[in-house]
Design a protein around this ligand. Structure first.
Ligand SMILES: NC(=O)c1ccc[n+]([C@@H]2O[C@H](COP(=O)([O-])OP(=O)(O)OC[C@H]3O[C@@H](n4cnc5c(N)ncnc54)[C@H](OP(=O)(O)O)[C@@H]3O)[C@@H](O)[C@H]2O)c1
Length: 285
């Protein structure tokens, strides 16, 4: 990749950001299509966010991704946000359109594209069990509701956060078929009789000794398991494989959410297979 005076700059602002896998697949996509773009990870502390966002205009960057912990805080520094970001109160992609910064969130649509294209699973009319009520759960629940799922069961370690998520989905998306399952009751056999897909949106699984939150006897009943954790094969995914249940890990979602950002910035269709290959090759090393 040759950096020239004409090179268009994109990147990611996060804190920390050193673990980010996005530069690997975004830069290989630019290179593959012969686009004069580059993607740079930049560590931005929360107290510097305003200045960093302003620098997108000053340096005429094409846009950036924003990741933990900036996804909510960044909104107040933008000129405009799209409808989904407004509903979910979260932004992960910024596009500099002639000096005006517009925010989008691509996590939810990235999840759905991944589920349909890599998982060959259409969530329409299905019953969903979601572990977690953090930022990614908001995006995924919102996108699933847009896809017209039948029902959503939510369980979360901190009950109040699950209640907040339910309130948000009920009020903003007018979706009524949501049930909160207390964390201690998550393995009740009755709940699992009609669940089609189990989705882990918690960070449980990122570390080697993390527990399996759902018992195998329940996992066995579902038709699909999706774990959005992407840094390792989680116990949940190992169990799904053992039980021969179709499953996906978080790399697929990571690539598709990045592919949507790529398309926003370049106006070109993202070479998803190239992006996936780049990331899997990196992980294998
Ligand atoms: N594949 C992708 O593209 C993608 C995109 C975004 C995020 N992710 C991954 O998704 C995970 C969550 O990210 P996020 O942004 O949603 O984080 P977040 O907003 O901080 O939410 C974290 C969630 O995990 C729960 N949790 C944390 N530790 C727990 C534990 N020990 N036991 C049970 N629940 C626990 C939290 O519950 P409480 O409410 O009780 O704290 C909360 O529901 C991370 O692993 C992240 O890397 C993947």
């Amino acid at each position: 990749m040759e950096i020239k005076g004409t090179t268009k700059i994109t990147g990611v602002f996060g804190y920390p950001v050193s673990h980010s896998l996005s530069p690997i697949f975004q830069n290989s996509a630019f290179e593959h299509l012969g686009l004069d773009y580059v993607y740079i990870p930049l560590e931005v502390k929360p107290e510097d966010l305003k200045t960093a966002i302003n620098s997108i205009k000053i340096f005429n960057w094409v846009g950036v991704n924003v990741t933990i912990p900036h996804k909510r805080q960044v909104i107040k520094y933008l000129d405009e946000i799209d409808g989904v970001s407004e509903i979910l109160d979260v932004v992960n992609t910024i596009h500099n359109i002639k000096g005006k910064l517009k925010g989008y969130t691509t996590d939810g649509d990235g999840f759905i594209r991944s589920l349909k294209q890599d998982g060959n699973f259409n969530p329409k009319g299905k019953n969903i069990f979601i572990l977690g009520a953090g930022g990614s759960s908001y995006a995924i629940c919102g996108a699933l509701i847009n896809e017209k799922v039948n029902s959503i069961f939510i369980t979360n370690r901190t009950l109040e956060n699950a209640i907040k998520l339910k309130k948000h989905l009920t009020e903003k998306l007018k979706f009524k078929n949501i049930e909160i399952i207390e964390f201690e009751r998550r393995n009740d056999k009755k709940i699992w009789q009609n669940i089609d897909i189990l989705i882990n949106t918690t960070s449980v699984g990122m570390k080697e000794n993390d527990p399996l939150l759902i018992e195998k006897i329940n996992i066995e009943k579902v038709k699909f398991v999706y774990d959005i954790v992407y840094n390792r094969k989680t116990e949940l995914l190992k169990s799904a494989e053992e039980l021969k249940i179709p499953n996906l890990d978080g790399i697929s979602m990571l690539v598709y959410q990045g592919a949507i950002s790529f398309e926003i910035w370049t106006g070109k269709k993202a070479p998803v297979d190239i992006m996936k290959r780049a990331i899997y090759e990196k992980i294998k090393k």
